[in-house]
Design a protein around this ligand. Structure first.
Ligand code: P53
Length: 475
């Protein structure tokens, strides 16, 4: 026995990292548009450098991205050729509500996704739709302070009301917030949060997190009301934290690092704030303001499945000497001496995926869905424009093996697997094009040069074989 017969193989993208067409079809500006490539990006996505509009000094890769706005038929056709059963994409909120706070949606935006979903169904591909993948209409950032403001819950509810009704029968699998825990690590990217000097950042983050959690429960409620067949998932940036040593202080540190992230999923899946989080927020004086009925909403509308991204495990130490080695990244992690790393320093740990799957399944006992996994690497096309990406195949093969072990040997219930960026797209962390994940090469560089021509890499045919054999043939 291997993967279930209806296992959902596919790939995952996000609107702002591939669509482009930032001002077409009536679309409004969003936080993700104004995040530049280059040295200032991290300060911007962390909410520490104010960037509420374009300037002349920076290059903004999301404006055109890989122009999937105009290429989606061609791209979906290529996904179908690989045999995709599912395609994970996201809806750009500001295509549907350009400012975020309108009462009436923008028909042109709705139409765009309707056509995209229909194109998927043409090939028997089931869309898996992220309602918000790091995006927030800019008007909601400048006028309301984004998710720090309770009003966002209502605006998000409007969005959900519109899309669940409009796409009934076209979309069954929904994710409420991409990597909801990213609000702690990159709050402007994650939730449109920007901080003024002297503000209590933690307090604001947890207040915004509460708003997102309530919004997620409301989305789940509406999705189930509109169509009982709808399946709603939460989405975690996962990756187990290992203690750097067996010193109990390291184990304790690692456990708490994981709880910082599990906190969100505990609420979305178990329907209540975990005790450890309540104690911690009380101690720090950052308990969020809640409205009457919030706790009931959380309790009554938990998710149907747990989805997550997995790229790497993490490592934690309580020893200040060891901690000195830490390198700054979105998720700060110690270097694990037993692991190799990608060109971007992301440590490669297939067994860590099996460990993470088991931990999540033990904790929630709900079906899992791996909605992101992959290797960001520099690809160099040969003289014929062909990319022989054996390194990518090796990474994916090892992770799919580990995932199969979790399913076959450990009994984890897994709905599907979508690799990140089946077609090269803009990196969320760095804004680069040269950090590529795709089976499909896109001719475009970090500065926006290139023809945007699509071509198949070696991994294209490999993944096609993997899907055709339902994960049996990985050679
Ligand atoms: P990029 C950091 C750590 C884990 C997941 O990331 C992350 C990030 C952000 O860098 O984000 C997810 O493009 C995210 C995608 C993103 C992908 O991982 O920085 O959901 O939007 O592209 C890969 O290499």
């Amino acid at each position: 026995m291997g993967f279930r017969k209806d296992f959902l193989w596919g790939g995952a993208t996000a609107a702002n990292q591939c669509e482009g067409g930032y001002n077409e079809g009536g679309r409004g500006l969003a936080n993700v548009d104004v995040s530049p490539v280059g040295k200032d990006r991290f300060a911007v996505i962390a909410g520490k450098m104010k960037m509420f509009d374009f300037d002349d000094e920076h290059f903004y890769p999301a404006k055109e991205a890989i122009d999937m706005y105009h290429h989606f038929r061609e791209d979906i056709k290529l996904f179908a050729e690989m045999g995709f059963k599912t395609y994970r994409c996201s809806i750009a909120w500001s295509r549907i509500f350009p400012n975020g706070d309108e009462t009436e949606p923008n028909e042109e935006g709705l139409k765009f996704y309707e056509e995209l979903f229909k194109e998927c169904h043409k090939y028997g591909i089931e869309p898996l739709v992220t309602i918000t993948h790091f995006d927030c209409p800019m008007h909601l950032v400048t006028e309301y302070g984004a998710w720090r403001n309770r009003k966002l819950v209502g605006f998000y509810e409007n969005l959900c009301n519109v899309i669940f009704r409009r796409y009934k029968g076209l979309v069954k699998y929904w994710l409420t917030f991409n990597e909801i825990n990213m609000i702690l690590h990159a709050p402007f990217m994650g939730a449109g949060l920007y901080f003024e000097e002297g503000e209590d950042e933690e307090k604001i983050k947890y207040q915004a997190a509460h708003h997102e959690l309530v919004a997620s429960a409301i989305a789940t409620k509406i999705a189930h009301e509109v169509d009982p067949n709808n399946m709603v998932g939460c989405m975690l940036a996962a990756g187990q934290t290992y203690p750097y040593s067996c010193h109990p202080n390291d184990v304790w540190k690692g456990m708490n690092a994981d709880r910082e992230n599990y906190f969100f999923i505990d609420v979305q899946s178990r329907g209540q704030y975990p005790k450890y989080a309540i104690k911690e927020m009380e101690r720090k004086g950052i308990m969020p303001v809640m409205e009457e009925g919030d706790l009931e909403l959380l309790k009554n509308h938990t998710v149907d499945f747990i989805s997550f991204s997995y790229y790497s495990s993490r490592c934690a130490s309580a020893d200040p000497e060891v901690n000195k080695l830490t390198e700054g990244n979105i998720f700060a992690s110690l270097k694990n001496p037993y692991l190799d790393a990608s060109e971007w320093g992301w440590q490669i740990d297939p067994l860590g995926l099996r460990i993470t799957m088991n931990t999540l399944y033990d904790r929630y006992q709900k079906p899992l869905f791996i909605v992101e996994n992959g290797l960001g690497a520099i690809d160099t096309p040969d003289e014929n424009g062909y990319v022989k990406d054996d390194y990518r195949i090796d990474y994916l093969r090892a992770h799919i093996k580990a995932m199969r072990d979790a399913v076959v040997e450990d009994g984890v219930d897994l709905l599907g697997y979508t690799t990140w960026g089946p077609i090269d797209l803009v990196s969320a962390g760095t804004g680069e094009m040269k950090k590529r994940y795709g089976f499909i090469y896109v001719d475009r560089d970090n500065e926006g040069n290139g023809t945007l021509k699509r071509s198949k890499k070696k991994s294209f045919d490999w993944y096609k074989k993997v899907i055709a054999s339902n994960g049996e043939d990985l050679e």
